[in-house]
Design a protein around this ligand. Structure first.
Ligand code: C5P
Length: 238
């Protein structure tokens, strides 16, 4: 496999073509951004930590029968993935109220949500990723209805697997965002799963161990990511 030209540079990852049209290389950079790119910083080791974190989680999900784009770790900050035709939506499941849900609905942070809520957001930087619903997706043709339904089912399946995994490490999976795409007609989990795209609290102290540390200027961002990783069995030195 040969890495070729850059296809796209996102806020924290870059995507490169390979000599195989069905495969791409994700490069996890140290860049960290929040508030639609208004706050940006370089955090030492972040690319490596998120790359290894994501690889570990994607493999756990594959073992549980959830199809993902992950193929292999290539280096400390590179992963080989399948090239998906991405759906332009973000799927969010919330087990506990936090973040934009609290701002939108005026509910208190920490409120348990039973059953967990499912929300959709349109991937559109200019519009600030507005919240949408399944009817919008259908009317505007952003995705096939059956594919969206499959993405929703998979998003909830991920919740079952990861809630249990983090609980074993003494943590609460508060919420998370997933992105899906199509590979040979199948709905497959793409993008990444890392503490950048989810909320994780210590089960006892409720300490925040995710990107809210960066958003809220709490410090110790990467130390918290590494702590979460070690608590679920990731060896960042491997
Ligand atoms: O901001 P909000 O509360 O809606 O975020 C819900 C979850 O989705 C959080 O875990 C957040 O980190 C994640 N998210 C993300 N990328 C976005 C928006 C939200 O990873 N663009």
């Amino acid at each position: 496999m040969e890495k070729r030209q850059e296809l796209y540079a996102g806020k924290a990852k870059s995507v490169f073509r390979t000599d195989d049209p069905d495969k791409m290389v994700l490069v996890f950079r140290d860049d960290t951004s929040a508030f639609d790119g208004k706050k940006v910083e370089q955090l030492n080791r972040k690319g490596m930590v998120n790359n290894k974190f994501n690889a570990f989680i994607m493999q756990k999900l594959e073992e549980a029968g959830i199809p993902t784009h992950f193929e292999a770790l290539l280096s400390d900050n590179e992963a080989l993935v399948k090239r998906l035709d991405m759906m332009p939506v973000e799927c969010v499941v919330r087990n506990v109220a936090a973040g934009s849900l609290c701002r939108r609905l005026g509910v208190e942070e920490g409120l348990e949500l039973t059953p967990p809520t499912f929300e959709l957001f349109l991937k559109n930087d200019e519009l600030g990723d507005p919240m949408i619903n399944e009817s919008h997706v259908e009317s505007f043709g952003w995705a096939d209805v059956a594919h969206l339904a499959e993405a929703k089912t998979l998003t909830y399946q991920v919740n079952d697997v990861l809630k249990a995994l983090f609980a074993e490490g003494g943590m609460i999976l508060v919420d998370y965002k997933l992105e899906f795409g199509l590979f040979n007609g199948e709905v497959v989990l793409g993008d990444e799963f890392s503490p950048d795209g989810c909320r994780l609290w210590d089960a006892e102290t409720k300490e925040k161990l995710d990107k809210d540390r960066f958003r809220q200027g709490l410090g110790g961002v990467i130390e918290a990511y590494e702590d979460v990783g070690r608590r679920i069995g990731i060896d960042f030195d491997a």
